[in-house]
Structures are given as structure tokens and as C-alpha cells.
Design a binder for this molecule. Structure first.
Ligand code: SF4
Length: 374
């Protein structure tokens, strides 16, 4: 398999589906961890093609969705300050804070800019020495090396008007928090392919053994996901609980050692609050003490901020696989991509946004149109 189309081959997909049907003998609940995987599953209707015994629930792996409301409000407080150029990836601009979003702040005169890499911020900082340039450094282990590189380079180059608002989150503690919850229904995981590209999957092995759950590191194309489901079901049916790798064309057990080394030089592990979920111990990165001169939270003194989530939003339960978007009374009515109440309706990787984009709020005929199926 060398080309993208082959990972979407219908005949091969049917074969894997038939194998899943032959293998499964009892009900199983699996969680795909990544928002990118959720998007593919909903777009191709993979969850509807699986035998009724196999239920897929959607996990917390959408970085925009899990960035806490406190951190969004801190970003807004910094972006409002005179003399600040606030830089972010585009999908954070529409995430609602307690009052507004970054796009509204921009329309009111704040200097909010979309960048495609944190390294772009260093150019902006060099070109605007009289301004203070702040990058909103969010995401999982996947984006940490790029963000670490920007801080490291800023220090090497003596750029003092650049800082980062760090809200990194880590997947293994989130999986552990799901497994340890009394509400947990998940019996096997399709592990996060992109995260494991960076950090590998050694860290997942103790989790699989402790909670007796198979974890299959899985890619993002339809055939990747079907194979990931098959490999997980095979383990569940056989009573084995190991970490296996469906995505070896990208992921190695040890990950990317150079990227891991750089991240270790810049960040250290800390407790982190997840939107809708709450505080998860040891589930985030913050800057190391010796690099705190680049810490926007410290520079702009936005330590304590009170926030309020809309009461109706159940995105915390969606992110933990306890509920699905259509269980939310606001889904597709009060809450739409044009007027999102929660972060899972904003990002393309959010489960609520994926359900909406592929027409799961519509009746069958319109749903096929929304999915582009003729
Ligand atoms: S549909 Fe909107 S309000 Fe409901 S859980 Fe999703 S983001 Fe929250």
C-alpha cells in the first residue's frame, strides 16, 4: 500500500468488515482516541457499517475541544492588551470563551493573527520589536516538538518579545482517567496514531496491562480504522490485552527520539485542566523553570480566571465516550457550527462538529447529500 486511494479501497474494506463480522461473538465498546479518526469514522459511516455488537465511542483527542475554558479566557485577556500581537492556529479563533471568541476580539481591534507554524511567530517578533508577540501553544504530544522548537530558537536567537501561552495535554493520563472512571464503558482503544508518531507507544503498555484493555495504535484512513477495529476485536475475543501497532508505516515503538529529546529540554509534566472533564493529574506540559521568561501566563499575570460553561453542553461526557453528540438536547438546534455552545462543535476534529458536518442531525436523504453520497 503506497498511495492514499488504496487506504480507501472499497473491496478491501468489505473484506476487513467481513472478517470483523466473522470474529465478533459478543458486544464490545471501543473508543477511537483521536478527533481525526472520529472525523473519518463519521464521514465514511464506518460506525454504521460495523456489526451491531461493535459500538464506537469518541474520545478526547481533539486539541481544540479539550483546551480549558480558563485557558481560552486567559488567551482573550492577553489578546485584549495593547501592544500585543496574539498568534494562533486558525481553528482556535472560533472557540467560544466565557464571553466571546478570538475572532470577535479581532473584529474589535485586537491584533489577532493566524499562523501555520509557531516558527512564524519568531519572524513576526523580529519584525515588530516594539510589540509583544504571544503564541497560543495548545495541542497533544503531536504539536509539542514544534512549539518546543519555537521557544528553543527564541532563546538561541535572543528574541525577548516572544512568549507562549502553554496548554499542552497528554493522552495516556486521559486514557487512564477514562478507564478509572465509574462511568467507563470502553473495553478497547484505537490508539492515537499521530501522537505515537512522536512519543511512541511504550507508555501505553502498562495501561493495557493494568486495566486489561487492548490498545491498537491506529491510522486515520478508512482501512486503517477498520483494521484497527479488527485487531482490537481479535484481542478482546481472545482475552489478550496488549498494545499493538496497526500504523507501522508511520509509528515506531520508541517514537521520534530527536523530537522527544527537544520536548524534554523545553517542557516538564504538570497537572492540567481539560475542558468539560476537569483536572487530570500529570496530563499536561508547562515550560521548564529555566525557560519561564517565555511563559505568557507569568508575563501577563493571568493566573486566576473564573469561568462558566453553558449548562446545557455535555461535551465533557462526549469527550469521555459516555454520551454521543445526538444525546445533547442542543445538538443541531441551539448549538451549530455557526453558533457553537461548546468546543466540540467548533473544531473539524470535534465529535459534535463531525456529526453535524456529515448530516447526523438530518433525516436519511439529506444526510446522504451532506456526506456527498449520490
Ligand atoms: S452539541 Fe454543542 S452544546 Fe451539545 S455537547 Fe456538543 S458542543 Fe456541547
Amino acid at each position: 500500500m503506497k498511495y492514499l486511494d488504496e487506504y480507501r479501497d472499497e473491496a478491501l474494506a468489505r473484506k476487513v468488515l467481513a472478517e470483523i463480522k466473522r470474529t465478533v461473538t459478543q458486544p464490545w465498546v471501543l473508543m477511537e482516541v483521536c478527533g481525526g479518526q472520529t472525523n473519518t469514522i463519521v464521514k465514511y459511516g464506518i460506525d454504521h457499517l460495523l456489526p451491531k455488537e461493535v459500538e464506537l465511542v469518541h474520545g478526547p483527542g481533539c486539541p481544540v475541544c479539550v483546551t480549558s475554558l480558563e485557558m481560552i479566557d486567559k488567551a482573550h485577556a492577553i489578546a485584549r492588551r495593547p501592544g500585543v500581537i496574539f498568534c494562533s492556529f486558525g481553528d482556535m479563533l472560533r472557540v467560544p470563551g466565557t464571553e466571546v471568541d478570538l475572532l470577535v476580539l479581532k473584529s474589535r481591534g485586537a491584533d489577532v493573527r493566524v499562523v501555520y507554524s509557531p516558527m512564524d511567530c519568531l519572524k513576526i517578533a523580529r519584525a515588530n520589536p516594539e510589540k509583544r508577540v504571544v503564541f497560543f501553544a495548545i495541542g497533544f504530544e503531536t504539536t509539542a516538538p514544534g512549539n518546543a522548537m519555537a521557544v528553543w530558537q527564541a532563546r538561541q536567537q535572543g528574541i525577548t518579545n516572544f512568549s507562549v501561552l502553554v496548554s499542552h495535554v497528554l493522552v495516556p493520563p486521559a486514557i487512564e482517567s477514562i478507564l478509572a472512571s465509574p462511568l467507563n464503558r470502553v473495553q478497547g482503544f484505537l490508539g492515537p496514531g499521530h501522537v505515537c508518531t512522536v512519543v511512541g507507544y511504550e507508555e501505553y503498555e502498562p495501561l493495557a496491562a493494568k486495566y486489561r484493555v487492548p490498545i491498537v495504535v491506529t491510522g486515520f484512513e478508512p482501512l486503517d480504522l477498520l483494521e484497527g477495529v479488527l485487531m482490537t476485536i481479535q484481542q478482546l475475543e481472545a482475552g489478550t490485552f496488549e498494545v499493538r501497532n496497526q500504523y507501522p508505516r508511520v509509528v515506531k515503538r520508541e517514537g521520534n527520539p530527536m523530537a522527544r529529546e527537544l520536548v524534554k529540554k523545553v517542557f516538564e509534566v504538570c497537572d492540567r485542566k481539560w475542558r468539560g472533564v476537569g483536572l487530570i493529574p500529570n496530563s499536561g506540559y508547562r515550560l521548564r523553570e529555566e525557560l519561564r521568561d517565555f511563559d505568557a501566563e507569568r508575563i501577563f499575570e493571568v493566573g486566576e480566571i473564573d469561568t462558566q460553561e453553558p449548562e446545557i453542553c455535555i461535551s465533557g461526557l462526549v469527550l469521555q465516550g459516555v454520551k454521543k453528540p445526538h444525546d445533547c438536547p442542543a445538538f443541531g438546534t441551539l448549538c451549530t457550527p455557526e453558533h457553537p455552545l461548546g468546543a466540540t462543535m467548533v473544531s473539524a476534529e470535534g465529535a459534535c462538529a463531525a456529526y453535524y458536518a456529515y448530516g447526523r442531525h438530518l433525516e436519511a436523504g439529506k444526510r446522504l447529500d451532506a456526506a456527498g453520497v449520490s
